[in-house]
Design a protein around this ligand. Structure first.
Ligand code: ADP
Ligand code: 5GP
Length: 202
């Protein structure tokens, strides 16, 4: 199953996901390609595949991305290869911006869309300031974008309000676990259990 986690920058998507891996099994992270410079704490192939703008454009021209978008001045894209290969192994999570999620909603109606919201504007501002990655002007732009992006929340399947982190992590876990229990997802298992009651030749 494909889980698409989206929401404004600073709403806490990557923080919540970092905690999710500790508790959930059989779920992987789809590593995106980006032209953004690597941060000292990041590893190529773990957080992102870091590539040049030329390489990114070449991949986009060859239609190698399921979706891609320009986010805060850099290019980000989810490759078809990454999703294809990792989906075969089980559940997969994408952490993408609101434009990318909008594009995917039309393409992947089977995916579960989760929108992460900050509890209020002042918290988002404080978190962006405390994250310390952006200057004041960038933070102003991100807050203005957030106001527009949050209107998309009602299009998602689920909303997680990231007030207390522990609660937000629990809610995302609950969404993943409940999605795995859907009847359409469990159909094969239901049939196999049913078959065990009527084995062939009896
Ligand atoms: P995103 O991935 O959505 O851009 P981040 O995960 O980078 O957002 O979170 C933005 C900042 O907010 C980070 O500095 C993070 O430590 C902080 N943060 C995330 N969730 C919470 C929370 N529930 N309470 C307080 N701070 C938080
Ligand atoms: P950051 O540079 O802080 O890691 O991420 C900036 C934004 O880019 C985040 O909102 C993140 O969700 C988004 N993003 C990461 N990968 C992708 C992707 O493959 N496609 C799209 N559309 N957005 C992405």
């Amino acid at each position: 199953m494909l889980f698409v986690i989206t929401g404004p920058s600073g709403s806490g998507k990557s923080t919540i996901l970092r905690h999710l891996w500790k508790d959930l099994r059989n779920i992987q992270f789809a590593v995106s390609h980006t032209t953004r410079p690597r941060r000292p704490s990041e590893l190529n192939g773990r957080e992102y595949y870091f590539i040049s703008p030329e390489e990114f454009k070449r991949m986009a021209a060859r239609r190698m991305f399921l979706e891609w978008a320009e986010v805060h001045g850099n290019l980000y894209g989810t490759s078809k290869k990454e999703v294809g290969e990792k989906s075969r192994a089980g559940d997969l999570v994408l952490d993408i911006d609101v434009q990318g999620a909008r594009a995917l909603r039309a393409l992947r109606t089977d995916a579960v869309f989760v929108f992460v919201l900050p509890p209020r504007a002042s918290d988002l501002k404080r978190r962006l300031l405390e994250r310390g990655e952006d200057d004041k002007q960038t933070i102003r732009r991100r807050l203005a974008n957030a106001c527009r992006e949050i209107r998309d929340a009602s299009e998602a399947d689920y909303v997680v309000v990231n007030d207390r982190l522990n609660r937000a992590v629990l809610e995302l876990e609950a969404i993943v676990l409940a999605s795995r229990c859907r009847v359409d997802v469990r159909m094969k298992e239901i049939k196999s259990i049913l078959k065990s009651f009527n084995p062939p030749g009896r």
